[in-house]
Design a protein around this ligand. Structure first.
Ligand code: PLP
Length: 401
């Protein structure tokens, strides 16, 4: 195991490496379903957990183990388990710990599919769910019941980049005998460490910044050894949301460059946010890291960096937002994020289309809102692309008046 006192940059290059007898420099890709045993006795011992080693790649695989170990070291978690997608990580982390009659509390502002899991899926199996405004601590407190087992939140939220006070919510969860699960995708493991703030379980869509180059899907659950042994390991082993060794290999290589990419993307996002705020066709910019973020004080306390994401509202509602998105040349229209390529999304008609108009309004998702995932392009080129697109709607407006 790699020394946990090393800096993240070092751990992300060397952490968890299992070198085969060939002494390869780059991590090996073990594209195998199963493993062979030297004797029937060894197979028996392995199935009794008396002899260490691999049995079947639904349970574990050396390439996947390397990714899990590297993630655990980065996150400062005792253990991590990889899954096929981010949603498999969220679903496994929630389902493995609940039974009929239990209750969970979740923030309303969630990634669409996460909201489906807590709001629609869990209740079908007798697990009640209360949705709260994540920024209102009194609502979290009031929602706790004797049968509450878990809290779930994301921060910053998608797409309005609102923060939830993780430390305060963790304390409310623990006082009520519940565990706190945090979806940390938007913050990235570089800028926010929920376990240090008191969270019990952290989940990621590795599809986003961990890959960072738009290639494959993946997810990961970071937790304590106790949570793994009691709930998660058996759930993953028996229900099979396992990560492909190939994807684990891609994501392992992604981790090596994560700090470089996320630092650069964040620095560019800050510049882009300032440029957007200065444009007359932009009515609002939400960026954790700008002094005008509604929770600037909490950003300082809870996060060590801004974000690679910027949300902004343009004049002209849906038509204005569509005109801007369609006029962009470098920035591509996509619902994905965390990529090397800058991507723009119109949440009201895509990622949050499933919600009612009132639910969207409650979350601050208006028709003119755009969500920008800042990539690795030159900041000057991105700002020029966005400015040209925004100038277009400003000119149209002036002509109409
Ligand atoms: C993308 C995303 C997910 C789901 O991840 P997949 O890898 O697409 O399954 C969950 N939460 C957040 C915040 C996300 O951005």
């Amino acid at each position: 195991m790699t020394d946990r006192r090393l800096h993240p940059d070092t751990l992300l290059v060397h952490g968890g490496t299992l070198r085969s007898p060939f002494g390869e420099t780059s991590e090996a890709l073990f594209l195998t379903q199963g493993y062979v045993y030297a004797s029937a006795e060894e197979a028996e011992a392995r199935f009794l957990n008396l002899s260490p080693g691999y049995q079947y790649s639904r349970f574990s695989n050396p390439t996947v183990t390397m990714f899990e170990e590297r993630m655990a070291l980065f996150e400062g978690a005792e253990v991590a388990r990889a899954t096929a997608t981010g949603m498999a990580a969220v679903t496994a982390a929630m389902l493995c710990q609940v039974k009929a009659g239990d209750h969970v509390v979740a923030a309303k502002a969630l990634f669409g599919s996460c909201r489906y899991v807590v709001e629609d899926l869990l209740p079908r199996f007798g697990v009640a769910c209360t949705l709260v405004d994540g920024t209102d601590l009194d609502q979290w407190r009031a929602a706790v019941r004797p049968e509450t087992v878990a809290f779930f939140l994301e921060s910053p939220t998608n797409p309005t980049l609102e923060l939830v006070d993780i430390e305060a919510v963790a304390k409310i969860a623990h006082d009520g005998g519940a565990r706190l699960v945090v979806d940390n995708v938007f913050a990235t493991p570089l800028w926010q460490q929920p376990l240090k703030l008191g969270a019990d379980i952290v989940v990621y869509s590795a599809t986003k910044h961990i890959d960072g180059q738009g290639r494959c899907l993946g997810g990961v659950v970071c937790c304590s050894k106790e949570f793994l042994d009691t709930y998660l390991q058996v759930f993953i082993r028996q229900t099979g949301p396992s990560m492909s060794p190939f994807n684990a290999w891609v994501l392992l290589k992604g981790l090596e460059t994560l700090p470089l990419r996320v630092e650069r993307q964040t620095a560019t996002a800050a510049k882009v946010a300032d440029a957007l705020a200065a444009h007359p066709a932009v009515t609002r910019v939400i960026y954790p890291g700008r002094a005008d973020h509604p929770q600037a004080e909490l950003v300082k306390r809870q996060m060590s960096g801004g974000s690679t994401m910027v949300a902004f509202e343009v004049t002209g509602g849906k038509a204005g937002a569509f005109a801007v998105a369609n006029a962009l040349e470098i920035v591509k229209i996509s619902n994905n994020l965390g990529d090397a390529k800058s991507l723009i999304t119109h949440p009201a008609t895509t990622t949050h289309q499933r919600l009612s108009e009132e639910a969207r309004a409650e979350l601050g998702i208006g028709p003119g809102l755009l969500r920008l995932s800042v990539g690795l392009e030159h900041p000057g080129d991105l700002i020029a692309d966005l400015t040209t697109a925004l100038d277009g709607i400003a000119a149209e407006r002036a002509a109409a008046e």
